[in-house]
Ligand binder design. Structure first.
Ligand code: C2E
Ligand code: MG
Ligand code: MG
Ligand code: MG
Length: 286
């Protein structure tokens, strides 16, 4: 039946998949030269403190300026880089660049806040992770307190024991760990009390529609309470509206991130943002 009715559709569908696969193969191949070709750049998105309204952090987010395709989203190329192993070099570059940049902001008197770097699950299990971070901190002169690593819950499903060990080692070095996209992963609650983390970031999917959806808001309320019970800082990501901000403020969320404050910005624009920021968006929510 399907054949009679939908052959054309299946051909169309097959060719879509085929195009996607070809594009991915090209991107995966191009990734190899992207790093040496200087095609990566870091954008920074501010984290805002609920109490003071100040900028108290920056998350580094990678962008790939592809010579043919323009800007390629990390959501697209990070999974490809994870498959091919290029991720190890990319993560190392991101760490070095983010630490260098934060140190430079500190020297200019701009930043007194840490920079957060996303670390891929694959990298978290490399035995050279800690030596590499130590080397980068030495090279750039950034204090370990000024570095936060963001990992996702999925990172730990590979090997919780080992993952927790790495986190303990990082904690001993005074590097903070943030659990990114909290609530979207796997087995998070059963392990939560064992994890030496400092912060949980509520995934944007919880924030979207939060104000209208009473079930969603009870989940968010419960997660924030849970986080506080465990002495964790709770950060909401993806805040886009004053209503969301007002609501999360009522729920005593500790830090905010989202387009409502600023999109991720190139380093120069980020500095300008910090210089002109006076926390007024928090003091007078429209
Ligand atoms: P993430 O770490 O959860 O980062 C948050 C994503 O949400 C970013 O997308 C950010 O631009 C976006 N975002 C922030 N606020 C808002 C908002 O208010 N509305 C909407 N619609 N989006 C918002 P981006 O930069 O495309 O990054 C996607 C993901 O790619 C990141 O999710 C992270 O998992 C990964 N990633 C980004 N940079 C790196 C990197 O340097 N290394 C690694 N390993 N992964 C990275
Ligand atoms: Mg992140
Ligand atoms: Mg996130
Ligand atoms: Mg995410």
């Amino acid at each position: 039946v399907a054949k009679e009715q939908g052959d054309g559709f299946y051909h169309f569908y097959d060719s879509l998949i085929e195009n996607q696969r070809a594009e991915n193969m090209q991107l995966e191949n191009d990734l190899k030269s992207a790093l040496h070709g200087g095609q990566f750049t870091l954008y920074y998105q501010p984290k805002i403190d609920a109490g003071s309204g100040e900028v108290i952090g920056a998350e580094a987010l990678i962008r790939w300026m592809h010579p043919d395709f323009g800007v390629v989203s990390p959501a697209k190329f990070i999974p490809l880089a994870e498959n091919s192993g290029t991720i190890l070099d990319i993560d190392e570059w991101v760490l070095r660049e983010a630490c260098r940049q934060n140190k430079s902001w500190q020297s200019q008197g701009l930043a007194k806040f840490p920079v957060a770097v996303n670390i891929s699950a694959r990298h978290f299990y490399q035995s050279n992770l800690i030596p590499m971070i130590t080397r980068i901190l030495n090279e750039t002169g950034l204090a370990p307190e000024c570095l936060v690593l963001e990992i996702t819950e999925g990172t730990l499903i590979h090997n919780v024991e080992y993952g927790v060990q790495v986190m303990e080692d990082l904690r001993k070095m005074s590097i903070h760990i943030s659990m990114d996209d909290f609530g979207t992963g796997y087995s998070s609650l059963s392990q939560l009390d064992r994890l030496p983390i400092n912060e949980m970031k509520l995934d944007r999917s919880f924030i979207q529609g939060l104000v209208e959806d009473s079930k969603k808001s009870s989940i968010v309320r419960a997660v924030i309470e849970l986080g506080h019970h465990m002495d964790l800082r709770v950060v909401a990501e993806g805040i886009e509206s004053p209503d969301e901000l007002r609501y999360l403020t009522e729920l005593e969320c500790d830090q905010f991130q989202g387009y409502y404050f600023s999109k991720p910005l190139p380093s120069q624009e980020f500095s300008s943002f910090v210089r002109q920021w006076d926390g007024s968006a928090l003091i007078q929510i429209p």
